[in-house]
Design a protein around this ligand. Sequence first.
Ligand SMILES: CC(C)(COP(=O)(O)OP(=O)(O)OC[C@H]1O[C@@H](n2cnc3c(N)ncnc32)[C@H](O)[C@@H]1OP(=O)(O)O)[C@@H](O)C(=O)NCCC(=O)NCCS
Length: 441
Amino acid sequence: MGIIKDRFVAKASAANAEIKELLKEHGNKKIGEVTLAQVYQGMRGITGLVTETSLLDSHEGIRFRGYSIPELQEKLPKSAHGTEPLPEGLFYLMLVGELPTKEDVDHVSAVLQRRSHVPNHVFAAIDALPLHTHPMTMFVTGVMALQTESYFSKAYSEGIAKKDYWEPTFDDALILIARLPRIAAYIYRRKYKNNEHIQPNGMLDWAGNLAHMLGYDDHGFRELMRLYMTIHADHEGGNVSAHTTHLVGSALSDPYLAYAAGMNGLAGPLHGLANQEVIKWIFEMQKELGTDEPSKDQIAEYVRKTLSAGKVVPGYGHAVLRKTDPRFTAQMEFGKTHMPDDKLVNTVWNIYETVPPILQSLGKIKNPWPNVDAHSGALLVHYGMVEYEFYTVLFAVSRSLGVLASLIWDRALGFPLERPKSVTTESVKQWLEGKAEIWGD
Ligand SMILES: CC(C)(COP(=O)(O)OP(=O)(O)OC[C@H]1O[C@@H](n2cnc3c(N)ncnc32)[C@H](O)[C@@H]1OP(=O)(O)O)[C@@H](O)C(=O)NCCC(=O)NCCS
């Protein structure tokens, strides 16, 4: 791990000095005002976190260390015969803050390969769960079982100094990332493929190996995994999975505990589970209409029915974005290149033309446009992966890159325990009546 660690340390010590200086000079500057509505409505728009790995613009979409998704597709190194970026390169970029060379990416791939062995007790823990268990529950159970390997937790119990916290965090993060594809594939093959497992291929890159162990050796599917693992990796710090990993990590819970907590949040239908909900919703629509090529009028009818039943249209809307998600567009481009005539993929594109005006007409939705989850399932189904309950596990494997790179930075910058103030409605009323001036802590 030497090379990446050395480069990281150089960046982190410079960043530490810079932040110290910034706070010394500008620490008392106000960064915004908080309204009562924001306090009650999910803290939307309140700036209260530092996440170095990526930044979300509500109109442009995500930028990783300043690079948009199309820029990353162009600039990040690819596999020998591929055109999609290798996610190891994105991890390097988020961690070190600079675009990697192909040699840097090969080095990260090799580091991950060397650390990818999953101990048997992890498989035993997953096997202890009944087969009908949701794959995300199996996944988080596997991650928790892996926590026995934590260097951070061992180092902390032995009395490590605060300035050194980052190093066992770094080691844990890389080992965890290295092992997740094997855990994910194990769950897939156990639940859906008769418990017939596929051994890793030591010659493959991280995402290529995931595709291989899942049982999809098609070149297109490997490329899809490389793209998928890149675009789902990070979406700045306030989303549920990133924020939870950061929050739990701020208690100095080790990377396994913090990441598992974050992935429990990803398993919610308003967050990562939306990717399974989208395909479930389309399959139900096809069944009800009796066709796998619904017309736009039929889709519009079904959307209205969904809304009048008091349900959300999965894959549409976003807490921050206000335009079509560039992660949706990247997947659409992939579909146009690899499967332009696929019926399900074309249905996703027809839904894209149909849903936004209907949602807009309701007058209450801030963003009627598709998010990342609106497209991903249809691409997976094209290659035969129809088991949609598994999709959020793929999202989780990818998300490890962003949230764990951020956790390493949290430790390197010495970020403290996160503990915002909360209030009661009674105390709000007293404050509004002028009976309470300001809340203490
Ligand atoms: C992502 C999401 C949770 C953002 O929530 P938010 O920030 O509260 O969104 P808004 O401020 O636009 O919500 C305003 C209203 O529109 C509704 N709304 C938002 N997206 C909607 C959708 N796709 N379908 C139907 N109604 C929707 C909200 O439920 C809310 O209704 P309410 O006032 O009756 O409670 C929301 O858009 C959603 O539930 N989308 C579907 C699930 C999904 O795709 N999640 C993945 C996100 S990456």
